[in-house]
Structures are given as structure tokens and as C-alpha cells.
Design a protein around this ligand. Structure first.
Ligand SMILES: O=C(O)CCC(=O)C(=O)O
Length: 347
């Protein structure tokens, strides 16, 4: 996870400004229909990526029981005694499974999480918790299915960028999948309590399954927080830092946060999709020219983990900013962004 990456006018960034986000809903089944229908869907996805950086998908082929069972398995894990969960606690970000709580992580304000790799499943599942007994089976089933959805979406986004759906296909097929399984308590007094501080994700795409409302996205046009809708059977999708890099800034990463739900505790499962751990992501050379010079340095997931390790206690860390290739004008923009960032942590 990388922290804040977008410019936000300070005076407009008020937590009270909560509205439902204008979420485009993509019918994924239409991607496999005739070429005219597919191309209409590709345009819809491209517009959502350019304008907002997020959308929701329906008709994605993951059954409701598979989604419900994944949430149930996650929820049962967090109900286990602390000693059992603490077996997975580690300061080492490269551990295949890692449990942590708000007390140890600088951006988790009020959340417990379990993070683990999920692709290829046969390589990783042996490290996952054995308790609850349903965990490996239910989370494994969901992980495989959500990855299929991510690959379908990635192909459509690449097509929308004019790169063609087979662009770097091998690297996407071999890519990494990290599951961030989160548990937030019910809000007590303060309905606006923050569970997870503003940040963007490092990968190309994140697909989020949640048990109830609580995700908020930073809306670019109004610079205010919008509550992500929770539509029946839909999955929320947003783009991450490596999508911004690959597209040479045509698609911007999405800053988001989680607030506590006033009615119930909340489970979310974020599936983050990137290249294989050491594979570098660079700006697509097809999207770089004299008018659009290269804006970011190349980096891998491993570089991201090194960056996080080196900046563990730094709330102002920002992976994407560290990749930005600065021109004179951008140095001023970067200073402005840093001021905004400080403001955001005041809530
Ligand atoms: O719980 C949520 O709604 C967001 C989770 C998230 O951003 C993450 O796990 O990185």
C-alpha cells in the first residue's frame, strides 16, 4: 500500500462532505459478447478509469455463495483468540502471511488485518491460517475467481489505452495477487471514526469485497470524500499506483480510506493485482512521446516493499511520489501536495 498520491485543495477536504460516489456500474458479462458490445464496454471502463479511477462490476461470474463464504471465513478468523492470530504477526513485510493491528501499523487507525499472497494458490495456500478450518478453502475459491475478473478487466483497460488486450500478457498472467483481509470494529460514539487512513494501492488494480459500507474514495472533481456505494452482488474496483505508471499518468491512482460503520463491524477483502514480485513496471513506451515525456521511474513490487520497510514510521510516505520524475514546475506541485498530505492526517 502506498499513501496519498493526489493533489487535494485543503479547504475542500472536509470529512463532513459525504455523498455517495457517482459509481459507474460495468456489466462484465458484456465483455464476452460480440465485438461491438465489447468495444462499448471497453469504452465505458476506459472512461471510468480516466474520469474517476474506480467503478463497480456486476455479472462478474463469482457466485454470491462464494463471496459470502469468503467474508464468513475472514470474519471467523478475526474472532479467534489473539494468541492464535498473533502467530502470524511479523514486522517483516516479506513474510508470506502477516497479521497486524492498528497498534503497530502507521496507517491502520482502527483495523486488524491479515495479508497474504494468493497466486499461484498452490504455492501460497500452505502458509495460510489453518484455523478456522474453512479459511483455506473459502478464501482460496474466492481468490482464484477474483483473479480471473482482474485479468479480464486488465485486458479491457489495456485495450482502452490503445495498447491491445494482449499487451504484456505473459507478465499479467504470471503476476502477483496479494489479499488484504481487513476487520474494522463498529463505530462507537463518533460515526466518522477512521479505520484506515488515506492511501493508494501499489498494484494495477484492486478488487474489493465488503460486508457493509465503509469505503470512501477521494473524488477528484470536488476534492471531497465520497462513500462507495454497496450494490447487490457488485465488486468495487479501483486502480493503483502501477496503473498510473504503466499509463504514463493517463490513468491516476485512487486515494481511498475506510471509515467505521456505525451499525456493524466490517470485513473487507482487497485483492491487489500486480506483476510478479521482481518484475519492473515502466511507463508503456507506446504512451511516451515528445508531448508526453516519461513521468515515472520503473519499479517492482519488491521495490515497493523496500520503500515501505525504509519508511515504516513515516506517515507521509508516498511510493508513487518517490517514482515521479520531477521537472521544475513539478517541484512546486510536490511541495503543495506535501502540505495537503499533512492536512489530511488531521481528519
Ligand atoms: O476496507 C476497505 O474498504 C479498504 C481496504 C484497503 O484499502 C486496503 O486493504 O488497502
Amino acid at each position: 500500500m502506498s499513501d496519498l498520491s493526489r493533489t487535494v485543495a485543503q479547504e475542500q477536504l472536509v470529512s463532513q462532505d459525504l455523498h455517495l460516489s457517482p459509481t459507474p456500474v460495468i456489466n462484465l458479462g458484456h465483455l464476452s459478447l460480440d465485438s461491438v458490445t465489447r468495444s462499448g464496454m471497453v469504452d465505458q471502463i476506459a472512461n471510468a478509469c480516466h474520469d474517476l479511477g474506480y467503478f463497480q462490476v456486476i455479472n462478474h461470474g463469482i457466485s454470491q455463495p462464494v463471496m459470502d463464504c469468503a467474508v464468513e471465513a475472514a470474519s471467523d478468523f478475526f474472532k479467534l483468540p489473539s494468541e492464535t492470530k498473533e502467530e502470524f504477526a511479523s514486522e517483516d513485510l516479506r513474510q508470506p502471511v502477516r497479521y497486524d493491528t492498528s497498534s503497530k501499523d502507521s496507517i491502520s487507525m482502527s483495523r486488524a488485518f491479515l495479508k497474504h499472497y494468493a497466486h499461484p494458490l498452490s504455492d501460497w495456500v500452505q502458509y495460510w491460517p489453518e484455523k478456522p478450518p474453512i479459511y483455506r478453502e473459502y478464501i482460496g475459491k474466492y481468490a482464484v475467481e477474483v483473479r480471473r475478473v482482474a485479468l479480464q478487466l486488465m485486458q479491457a483497460i489495456l485495450e482502452g489505452l490503445g495498447l491491445g488486450k494482449e499487451y504484456l500478457n505473459g507478465k499479467f498472467q504470471e503476476g502477483s495477487q496479494l489479499l488484504s483481509v481487513n476487520c474494522y470494529p463498529k463505530a462507537s460514539q463518533d460515526a466518522m471514526a477512521i479505520g484506515l487512513a488515506p492511501h493508494s494501492d501499489y498494484g494495477f488494480l484492486t478488487i474489493l469485497l465488503t460486508s457493509c459500507r465503509g469505503l470512501e474514495v477521494l473524488d477528484r472533481s470536488s476534492n471531497s470524500w465520497k462513500t462507495a456505494q454497496r450494490l447487490p452482488h457488485a465488486l468495487h474496483v479501483h486502480v493503483g499506483d502501477h496503473m498510473e505508471v504503466l499509463s504514463n499518468g493517463q490513468i491516476k491512482t485512487v486515494v481511498h480510506r475506510a471509515v467505521l460503520n456505525p451499525e456493524e463491524s466490517r470485513i473487507s477483502i482487497a485483492s491487489i493485482h500486480g506483476f510478479e514480485v521482481h518484475e519492473k513496471v515502466a511507463c508503456a513506451k507506446e504512451l511516451v512521446d515528445e508531448q508526453n515525456p516519461q513521468k515515472y521511474k520503473e519499479s517492482s513490487f519488491s521495490d515497493f516493499l523496500d520503500y515501505l520497510t525504509a519508511n515504516m514510521d513515516n506517515k507521509h510516505r508516498n511510493f508513487l511520489e518517490s517514482l515521479r520524475m520531477l521537472t521544475g514546475a513539478m517541484i512546486f506541485e510536490k511541495a503543495d501536495r506535501a502540505k495537503v498530505y499533512c492536512h489530511m492526517f488531521k481528519y
